[in-house]
Write a protein that binds this ligand. Structure first.
Ligand code: 13P
Length: 309
């Protein structure tokens, strides 16, 4: 009887230890943005957020950042999630990649530019560690309301939330640009309780058409006022000094997509021109790997995230 009981307890203990270990390893794989922002703010650098436009890209980004010992944020838009097949697929694949590739850096799995509550909820339920609710096209009050709803849900799951105010252009020009208002930014951040804030300070998504009009004074003032980490969307195409100035003014997360897409597609186009008979998709996709990694290494250096782990 004694041995039977003892065996039962030993068995139960083994299960508990095993479960706890898996849980711990699991938790360590993907982290909440706040942990990375705290350190970056103290040490004066920014954390890069690279958009994942194909799952091969996730590997390129993880390997390049791991080599650089740079923390990283994998930014995935809802349309990319659909392209990959769903939120759970994304989370599983990224976790497996981190494990199998032996990635040792902290990684944030971030939903970029979600427009509604359900997309954020699905991402959080599946295991994303950070979400951006972008209700910047709504009225100020509706933006506050929706953002607050996402923050309430995310907080229960230890997921960080980013939100945006103002209207960034997505075609690189300023015809309909709306800069964030200073007082409204303060109001927005204090009423929503977001963890990080993406202001419109002259930054645009995609290539800048002509000179970019970044208002560093506004950026610095917003930083002083809101006192939470700021996010620079549309960092592609900005010269090195402007990126550094933005970080000096309070930017803690730098979003880069177009620079990667451009580097990759130029190289793939050249590969196809030089290899007219190429038809193996692996060779075609991988022909842009080095170019993407080159851009990532250069960006990590400029924004100061290299050798931080
Ligand atoms: P770019 O494509 O201009 O780099 O912007 C990326 C971005 O802000 C993703 O949210």
């Amino acid at each position: 009887m004694y041995t039977l009981e003892c065996k039962f307890w030993c068995f139960s203990l083994t299960i508990i230890i095993k479960y706890t270990k898996i849980k711990l390893e699991d938790d360590n794989m993907l982290v909440n943005s706040n942990r990375l922002f705290d350190t970056a703010l103290k040490e004066g650098y920014a954390v890069p957020a690279y958009n994942v436009n194909s799952l091969e890209w996730a590997r390129f980004i993880l390997e390049a950042c791991n080599e650089d010992k740079s923390p990283t944020i994998l930014a995935i838009t809802p349309s990319s999630v659909s392209y990959f097949g769903g939120y759970k697929i994304v989370v599983s694949v990224i976790k497996m990649m981190i494990e199998e590739l032996g990635i040792k850096i902290p990684v944030v799995l971030h939903l970029d530019h979600a427009k509604d509550f359900m997309s954020c909820k699905k991402a959080i339920d599946a295991g994303f560690t950070s979400v951006m609710i972008d209700a910047s096209e709504m009225s100020f009050e509706d933006n506050v309301e929706l953002t607050r709803q996402v923050v309430n849900y995310a907080k229960k799951h230890d997921v960080s939330v980013e939100a945006e105010l103002g209207s960034l252009s997505s075609d690189g020009n300023y015809s309909s640009y709306v800069y964030s208002d200073l007082e409204q930014s303060y109001d927005f951040v204090s009423r929503t309780g977001v963890d990080s804030f993406a202001p419109a300070i002259g930054n645009v998504h995609g290539f800048y058409k002509g000179d970019e009009k970044i208002d560093f004074e506004l950026l610095g003032a917003i930083c002083k006022m809101v006192k939470i980490p700021l996010v620079l969307h549309g960092a592609s195409g900005l010269d090195d000094n402007k990126l550094k100035t933005a970080i000096f003014c309070g930017v803690t997360k730098v979003n880069i997509n177009t620079d990667l897409m451009y580097a990759w597609s130029c190289k793939v186009r050249r590969f196809l021109e030089e290899n007219k008979n190429a038809y193996d998709p692996r060779k075609i996709i991988l022909s842009g790997e080095k170019e993407i990694k080159k851009v990532i290494h250069a960006k990590n250096m400029i924004i100061g995230s290299k050798n931080r782990i």
